[in-house]
Ligand binder design. Structure first.
Ligand code: IMP
Ligand code: MG
Length: 174
């Protein structure tokens, strides 16, 4: 089966939205330091582009969980693969995710992180597929709400491919 990629959200639109999100976050955390936690690997592009636009001091750490195999459907299980390097106790934490689908990954992660005593715990996602939610998740900052389609690019993969596309694309199989 050949894969075809169509543009869903252009690079320009993504950057414009990141400008807006960064301005809002910088304003809400003015005078404070924000500890960014990127969920590997999908959120890396989102994280670096957002971080460059923040006008407040930031620190960064990464975590890796797995909820998907190489397919396009959730396995329903979440596994912690790489934990944070540093403590989040007393820090203003902003978790950055590429996309929220069923909500399983983030509900697991936020519950785990909340037990570690952060001063505050917020969530930003580049993309959200609200129609697919199985487990409720409180999202503080959303880039774009998208329909129930499998997307790639800007960090998101299909079988580890297409993360480097500069736009958000939809995969179709023909
Ligand atoms: P959830 O636990 O079902 O919310 O799944 C979230 C994770 O599934 C994301 O962090 C992505 O890694 C992956 N995912 C969900 N939908 C897509 C998609 O459309 N394209 C690529 N990855 C996706
Ligand atoms: Mg992910």
């Amino acid at each position: 089966m050949a894969e075809k990629i169509g543009v869903l959200i252009s690079e320009e639109k993504v950057y414009h939205r990141l400008d807006e999100m960064a301005a809002q976050i910088s304003q809400e955390f003015e005078g404070q330091t924000l500890h960014l936690i990127g969920i590997l690997k999908g959120s890396v592009f989102f994280m670096t582009e957002l971080a460059k636009r923040l006008s407040i001091p930031v620190t960064m750490d990464f975590m890796s969980v797995s909820s998907y195999g190489n397919g396009t459907k959730s396995s329903g299980k979440v596994r912690l693969i790489k934990d944070l390097d540093e403590t989040i106790e007393g820090k203003n934490v902003l978790v950055l995710e590429d996309i929220i689908d069923s909500g399983r990954t983030l509900s697991y992660l936020l519950e785990e992180l909340s037990l570690r005593g952060p001063a505050c715990l917020r969530l930003a996602t580049l993309l959200d597929k609200p129609d697919r939610r199985v487990v409720p998740v409180d999202v503080d900052y959303t880039g774009f709400e998208i329909p129930d389609e499998f997307v790639v690019g800007f960090g998101l993969d299909y079988a580890q491919k297409y993360r480097n596309l500069p736009f958000i694309g939809v995969v179709s199989f023909e």
